[in-house]
Design a protein around this ligand. Structure first.
Ligand code: AMP
Ligand code: MG
Length: 485
């Protein structure tokens, strides 16, 4: 019997069963001086990747040497970027293949920053070390938080400089996702393919992600419902943890329901629905408070691209598609409400829960207090006497109503607080901590802070002593993040 953990590469390339218009064969660029900067051994193990993979890691994870079974491609897609429709595609990424792990699960192995492709437009196809380490850290933190996400397997440096405003060290990120099929892939098929192309993509996606509906008569409508439901759950989860994606363009919406394409994303410190970090989002289109609504907009674009599969006369499919999008709106609210109840230890649902939750959030906003730490304090029953929020009369009144609710539940107070601990992270990847870790890694080649932060974020619900230093509120600062670098 083969050693399961040491299975090694087991790549398939099923995406290439799709019509040619969906991809272009392209080899990743060989780089001058491949070196492994970070490698995710635990993830490698989950993927069934052997120690021998690590041995070749620097070359493999820069794209310099192809793993056995790889038939690399760049995927074509389109997307609405800040509302405008454009042709896109993997401009600086290649899909090496799909790793089938010992459990039979299929994961895309994707290199980001691996050179130009036919979809590069004006870009250089490259990526910079700092942002790739950032994606690694944030995506793994998201995983630790229990939020569906692409994972990061490795960051490898290329030994080449990449020119942005200044020359910066180049790197390649290996990301792992259930797939990279996007809402934008469907928009691309609808715009530039024929009905058969679109149908091939839909059937492939259903088989890969939602096999339970493959035989449904109305499977394309069912598909829309499935994707919308996962998006609703995902975006509600972002809201509950204070995550701001930053670029919720339709090309960055995975139909698997995983968070993908980490660019100018960040976690909110002070609770403010208008929070936006991205330097290019001047209008606040993708602000924290807008995320659930933008999800609906994106689902409407997805629905539009599927109409022709639902009915030969698209017009006739519209009412059903509309219903699906309306269901998303209710679902995202429902998932959010249930999640907020958990954050407040509410097990016996009541009609007045929403008001109770909203009243607290309004106070957070009014007093400009930290989102994560407020729930952390409530969970730990440590209400800082210096906090403007906790000292306010309005909060004290709110607290009494909440405590009354908890006391009168069918479960004990201890159970309620236990539930809170499971849903309120003790720590998140705070921007200033992330920046400190990245600066040490990039400027001093000191990866110690990076690994320490990564380790702390592996189990953000642990409430350990070691985590406390990462729960410290950030110094006041204006934080901006940049994408595509
Ligand atoms: P993103 O903002 O990362 O979602 O990327 C938007 C589009 O720009 C995608 O098609 C990317 O592949 C492409 N892109 C981003 N950066 C580069 C680059 N340096 N070179 C080529 N294409 C890029
Ligand atoms: Mg993208």
């Amino acid at each position: 019997m083969t050693d399961k953990l040491n299975q090694g590469w087991n790549l398939e390339n099923t995406y290439q069963q799709l019509p040619d218009l969906f991809y272009t064969r392209v080899k990743p660029a060989k780089v001058e001086q491949p070196a492994l900067a970070v490698y995710n051994e635990k993830l490698a193990e989950e993927l069934g990747l052997a120690d021998s993979v690590f041995k070749d890691g620097a070359e493999t994870f820069t794209g310099t040497k192809l793993p056995e079974g790889s038939a690399p491609i760049a995927q074509a897609y389109a997307g609405h970027q800040f509302g405008s429709f454009t042709m896109l595609g993997d401009g600086r990424a290649v899909l090496l293949g799909e790793q089938v792990n010992p459990e039979g699960e299929r994961y895309d192995i994707h290199l980001k920053g691996s050179g130009r492709t036919p979809y590069s437009r004006g870009g250089d196809g490259r990526a910079v070390l700092g942002p790739m380490l950032r994606e690694y850290l944030i995506s793994e933190a998201m995983h630790g938080l229990g939020i569906p996400t692409s994972r990061s397997l490795a960051v490898a440096t290329t030994g080449e400089m990449v020119f942005r405003e200044t020359p910066l060290p180049g790197a390649v990120l290996t990301r792992v996702a259930e797939s990279h099929i996007r809402v934008g892939t469907f928009q691309y098929a609808r715009q530039w393919g024929n009905k058969e192309d679109l149908q091939a993509l839909a059937d492939y996606s259903i088989k890969r992600h939602y096999p339970e509906i493959a035989e449904d008569e109305d499977r394309y409508l069912a598909f829309l419902y499935k994707v919308a439901d996962r998006q609703a759950a995902l975006i509600a989860d972002w809201q509950l943890k204070g995550f701001i994606h930053g670029v919720m363009n339709t090309d960055n919406v995975a139909i698997s329901g995983q968070t993908i394409d980490y660019g100018p994303c960040a976690f909110m410190d002070q609770y403010d629905r208008k929070t936006v970090f991205s330097s290019i989002d001047q209008q606040g289109r993708y602000s924290y408070g807008n995320q659930p609504g933008i999800g609906a907009w994106n689902m409407a674009r997805f629905a539009e691209s599927l109409l022709i599969l639902m009915h030969d006369d698209e017009e006739q499919a519209i009412p059903k598609a509309k219903e699906a999008v309306e269901t998303y709106v209710q679902s995202v609210e429902g998932y959010w409400l249930d999640g907020m109840r958990q954050k407040l230890g509410i097990i016996d649902k009541g009609d007045d829960d929403k008001t109770l939750i909203q009243n607290l959030l309004d106070l957070l906003e009014k007093y400009h207090v930290d989102f994560t730490n407020t729930f952390r304090s409530l969970t730990l029953r440590q209400l800082d006497s210096n906090s403007v929020l906790f000292q306010s009369t309005a909060f004290k009144e709110w607290y009494e109503v909440w405590q009354d609710k908890l006391k009168n539940q069918s479960v004990s107070m201890e159970d309620a607080y236990q539930l809170m601990k499971q849903h309120n992270p003790s720590i998140i990847p705070r921007n200033y901590l992330v920046e400190e870790a990245l600066t040490a890694a990039v400027s001093q080649e000191n990866y110690e802070p990076f690994h320490a932060l990564l380790a702390a974020l592996e189990n953000p619900y642990a409430y350990t002593k070691e985590q406390e230093k990462y729960a410290v509120k950030p110094p006041e600062q204006d934080y901006q993040t940049f994408c595509g670098t």
